[in-house]
Design a protein around this ligand. Sequence first.
Ligand code: GLA
Length: 399
Amino acid sequence: MTDRAGGPAAASTAGQFLDPGQPAGRRRMVSDAFAARFGTAPEVVGRAPGRINLIGEHTDYNGGRCLPLALPHATYAAVRRRDDDVVTIHSRTVDETWSGSLADLAAAGGWAAYAAGTLWAMEVDHGVDLLIDSSVPVGSGLSSSAALECAVAVATDGLSGRHLDEARRRELATACRRAETEVAGAPTGGMDQLVAMLAPEGDALLIDFHDDSVRAVPVPLAEVGLELLVIDTGVRHALADGAYAARRRECAAAAHLLGVPLLARAAQDSWSRLEDDVLMRRARHVLSEGERVDTADQAIVEGEWAELGAVLDASHASLAHDFEVSCEELDAAVESSRAAGALGARMTGGGFGGSAIALVETDDVGVVAASVLAEYASRGWSAPTFLRVGPSPAADTVP
Ligand code: GLA
């Protein structure tokens, strides 16, 4: 196929691209909705981004490195302080309201656990009215949950007028992670909240979970005519949560056998010492993924984009075969992107559905999207959604 973006292929896929909107417009929308529901304007509106992980998958809880970046797609939270201890949270995404007292926060369930849990972990000592809206697709592997937590956190923190320096951002990221692990009960690793709170605008964020240190990694894709295309498969397999916890347990077991506290601390080739085939492959993924993060980091610095593409491909193969967290919808998205000219592609996030990313020449975006759509149609699957993304700013209040 030779169609370029703007040609016939792009026209046929146009309705499948998810627009993040502009922060100012989104702020107005969420403020108007807040006023309609609660009778006054909000005091603060917070915004927090979704994320993709460029590379370094299932490494955070193993003490390894990862390279995520914040998306232009974000969650917005409008808030007003109350003088009593009542908390009311309305989500426009699901059109539901949760209401309770401060004492009920840690018992919230479903979507509300992420928002109420954040207020609980922040030890908020007064009631609030909150209204949430989002352009991050839910359950898409793009961290809609961290975006919800972090939007609630920066909005509510903004009520105090306190300056959001790096130390405060890290404290809020920790509170958001506690909401997720202790209230929502999802044993995730911390990457999502850290990138949502610390992403440098225009750059990816290298996070080293050995010591939680971070470093900005400029990714000048637009300057060289490249971009990242996100393919949201729209599927989420039921085993996702249980299987994520199982992977964590397997990694912990492998680390124990190798005599290290966290798997990423084991020597590079030590996976070959493991006799159990499953644990051996889990360890091989985690240790080789660490090397791939370094290769990607170097390739980006040197502008070696073909090499970056190759390392994305290798990461997907490792996740599919050794870590076993891909699925046929993700594999199909990755393979048809490559077949249509992507430099490389891989699943991103926890897996078992969710999204893939493809490194694509900007001129080829329409062709690649059309190729994935055609593949999905030929298999009788629902059409995926596409997001055109570049490194975007971290969570903050929206003036
Ligand atoms: C999910 C978790 C993260 C991380 C990724 C896999 O997104 O929330 O903490 O473990 O899976 O890299």
